[in-house]
Design a binder for this molecule. Structure first.
Ligand code: GAR
Length: 207
């Protein structure tokens, strides 16, 4: 059974999708053993507690820089014996000290079809604002392995979502979550836990 540690910073709807998938038996051979938040007031922490999942708080603002923060995060992940780390709305870019220690063992959900609308500064609602400003007809979500390049790691799963003429960033964000993120994140976690993801030449193959 693989230990899954989920990193959060906000509302935690993606964490909820993982909890629901776990409780309905969709994630075999893996268990969410700990949720770590970068913010003390993240609602995601309440979701974890409601389901009896251990929580830890590692506040980014308490650290002078990302390297110090990453050092303590790595320590926490080692203490939790994490086999898989999932960024579920986790808004801090960790130092390569962490990503290099866990190659192809950390995944992130991003609310766009990478390589569109991604990289430093593209997070949360901002991604959807940019997609609407560009006038794209399709957007979506991507789950990818985390490397030292922000949103640049091997792509595991993607799902497209239609953009409507009268969308606001909030409406589009909700549709992308419902139709894409909450589906492909649990799927990717499930595939990982069943050892069905193989990375070769920066590409992911589902076996
Ligand atoms: C989600 O849309 C997630 O894809 C995005 O933040 C939201 C968090 O929602 N993450 C990023 O933008 C990371 N670059 P949640 O806390 O309800 O899961």
């Amino acid at each position: 059974m693989k230990n899954i540690v989920v990193l959060v910073s906000g509302g935690g709807t993606n964490l909820q999708a993982l909890i629901d998938a776990q409780e309905s038996g969709l994630i075999r051979n893996g268990k969410i053993t700990c949720v770590i938040s970068s913010k003390a007031d993240a609602y995601a922490l309440e979701r974890a507690k409601k389901h009896g999942i251990k929580t830890r708080i590692l506040i980014r603002k308490d650290y002078p820089d990302v390297t110090e923060y990453s050092r303590d995060m790595l320590k926490a992940l080692e203490e939790e014996k994490a086999d898989l780390v999932v960024y579920a709305g986790f808004m801090t870019i960790l130092d390569e000290l962490v990503t290099k220690a866990m190659p192809n063992k950390m995944m992130n959900v991003h609310p766009a079809l990478i390589p569109s609308f991604c990289g430093k500064g593209y997070y949360g609602l901002r991604v959807h604002e940019e997609a609407l400003a560009k006038g794209v007809k399709l957007t979506g979500a991507t789950v990818h392995f985390v490397t030292e390049v922000c949103d640049g790691g091997p792509i595991i799963l993607q799902k497209a979502v239609e953009v409507h003429d009268d969308d606001t960033p909030e409406i589009l964000q909700r549709r992308v979550m419902e139709q894409a993120e909450w589906k492909i994140l649990p799927q990717a976690v499930s595939l990982f836990c069943e050892d069905r993801l193989e990375v070769k030449d920066n590409k992911v193959y589902v076996r």
